[in-house]
Design a protein. Structure first.
Length: 277
């Protein structure tokens, strides 16, 4: 029994295009609708990347400073989103910060000190692939900090973020949200991939069993750390949609000039995002 697929004229044009045929050939099995969706995603991504270059030039030309935090559970897709966002940006104009566990010297410092050293210079955008919010969730869940250290952090973080914003830094905070079932599926893919299995850490191994503990601390973080800079929760079960949503949020919230709202809030792609939630 064959399934009849009805395509609009626009979708037929996509399938018959060079990009459309390439998208179909890259699939493990023939799925025309998925191929069309992938082409639309790539086209949408290109438009947003063009707009991101305009934002970056505004930051550079006006000596602005931008910090964007990417938080979320393990395997939520934070790193992949950052890679798409910075793909065509000048390397000297941006930095991606993904700090390892603190060394002995850093353990004796004020907690925020190692992050202050990574804040942007004039004309620079800094992307944090995990940030000081390790102490809000990952560290207390895994016993990497004391209860006292956690309480101190939660009492200081809003004031810390207010201070860096008062110094002229634009601060955005994104949280990538996935379901437990999706996290389990992604861990399985990582373990089975020769290219990705190195990513699977000791913390990852415990993540599913500690799911409820992560949730408790996540909810406390959302409740208590909105004062200086609000969180944007990104639905991330579908990685492509999460990347588009993150991109749109960044472009919408940073007041660069001249902003093309038609590119940022594209209605035809908006319907795709909403239909797949």
């Amino acid at each position: 029994m064959t399934t009849k697929i009805t395509l609009s004229e626009k979708d037929l044009n996509i399938v018959n295009s060079k990009k459309g045929l390439g998208a179909l050939l890259r699939l493990n099995r023939l799925d025309i609708k998925k191929g069309i969706r992938n082409v639309k995603y790539e086209k949408r991504l290109e438009k947003l990347q063009e707009e991101m270059l305009i934002l970056q030039q505004w930051v550079s030309n006006n000596n602005k400073k931008v910090v964007i935090l990417f938080e979320g559970r393990d395997a939520a897709g934070k790193g992949g989103a950052i890679r798409r966002i910075i793909q065509h940006l000048p390397p000297r104009a941006i930095r991606v910060v993904a700090l390892p566990k603190p060394n002995e010297t850093e353990l004796g410092q004020w907690y925020f000190q190692r992050y202050i050293n990574k804040l942007p210079n004039n004309g620079e955008i800094v992307f944090f692939d995990r940030s000081w919010y390790n102490r809000a969730i990952v560290e207390p869940v895994n016993g990497f900090c004391t209860k006292e250290q956690y309480v101190t952090f939660m009492g200081q973080v809003n004031e810390f973020e207010k201070m860096i914003q008062d110094s002229g830094i634009i601060l955005l905070k994104l949280y990538f949200s996935i379901t437990k079932k999706e996290q389990e599926r992604r861990f399985k893919d990582i373990i089975e991939s020769p290219q990705k299995k190195w990513k699977y850490s000791a913390v990852d191994k415990k993540a599913l069993s500690l799911w409820d503990d992560y949730t408790t601390y996540k909810e406390a973080m959302f409740e208590k750390t909105q004062e200086a800079a609000p969180w944007k929760v990104i639905k991330a079960n579908r990685k492509t949609n999460a990347r588009i949503r993150a991109f749109e949020y960044i472009l919408d919230k940073i007041p660069y000039e001249v902003k093309d709202l038609s590119k940022i809030k594209h209605q035809s792609y908006r319907s795709i995002l909403e239909s797949e939630d």
